[in-house]
Write a protein that binds this ligand. Sequence first.
Ligand code: FE
Length: 353
Amino acid sequence: MKPQLPSLRQLATVGLLTSSAGLLLSACSDSGDNETSETAQEPTEVTVYSARAEHLIQPIFERYTEETGVKVRYITDNAGALIQRLKAEGSNTPADLLLTVDAGNLWQASQEGLFQPVESEVLERNIPEHLQADDNEWFGLSVRARTIVYSTERVDPSELSTYEALADDQWEGRLCLRTAKKVYNQSLVATMINTLGEEQTEEIVGGWVDNLATQPHSNDTSAMEAVLAGQCDVTLVNTYYFGRLQKENPDVKLAIFWPNQDGRGVHVNVSGAGLTRHAKQPEAAKDLLEWLSSPQAQEAFAEANQEYPANDSVEPSDFVAEWGDFKADSVNVESAGRLQSDAIKLMDRVNYR
Ligand code: FE
């Protein structure tokens, strides 16, 4: 049966085909073999708007199609563009799921009214409470830690302890940070406000700015490259970016340090997804979301980007496990969204750009 989705042509008339791929891609071929032909009511296609890159999601969606016969169509773009697109499309959107990174973005989409809650025992069982929205509008699917990476040539790990301590004089002219414009450090600062309060957080972030060796970097990789180049000695990055450098160069002169192990733990964030308010295939989309949270999918979903599975019954890959165990901050990641605008203002006040 024909899925009730706008055709590509209808989509194009919306005039918003601005994704990096530029096309709505189908994760499987239109081979015509219809595994679900005997159940004519069964929807055969789910449409996903994904801020997670194509090479990370395509193999997962292909597996889903192999296992269930349900096709997954998707576009990829950055979170902001996908959120704007969903808003503009309103009830005409073909999207059933929005998959994005960082609780700050998921929260934003939720605030814009783009999601609807999903009541699911499977999701409640698979995804820990602090990695999902209170109102069940989104669920974390993988976990990334935002942690300290240091030069193994110039830093002894015994010098390191907490995020807060990077504001100490000892690190003057030795710290590199990513720009405050990206959601990652906004979320880190937001969760610090949540735990430490605004005043203390402002003091710490101001101390970081005082210690900067360079202007903030456009991305985590360039911050680590600055450490490698000797411009600074420590930085804060998401673990998978470190993993990418380490994959390219196993002897890279950088290492991970897990801060705040005697206190609140390492700041973790998620990639995650929610059912769109105007989903045309809500049941099929819920099935896909549940499957993504299941042990069979979690391993591959996390491993594709060298992340940690959100489902804690699943072990991280051997490569990721090599970085060692750590205590993660168990604050609900939703606070990253709730306090995002406070974090942005705070960073601005201390001239963190
Ligand atoms: Fe990233």
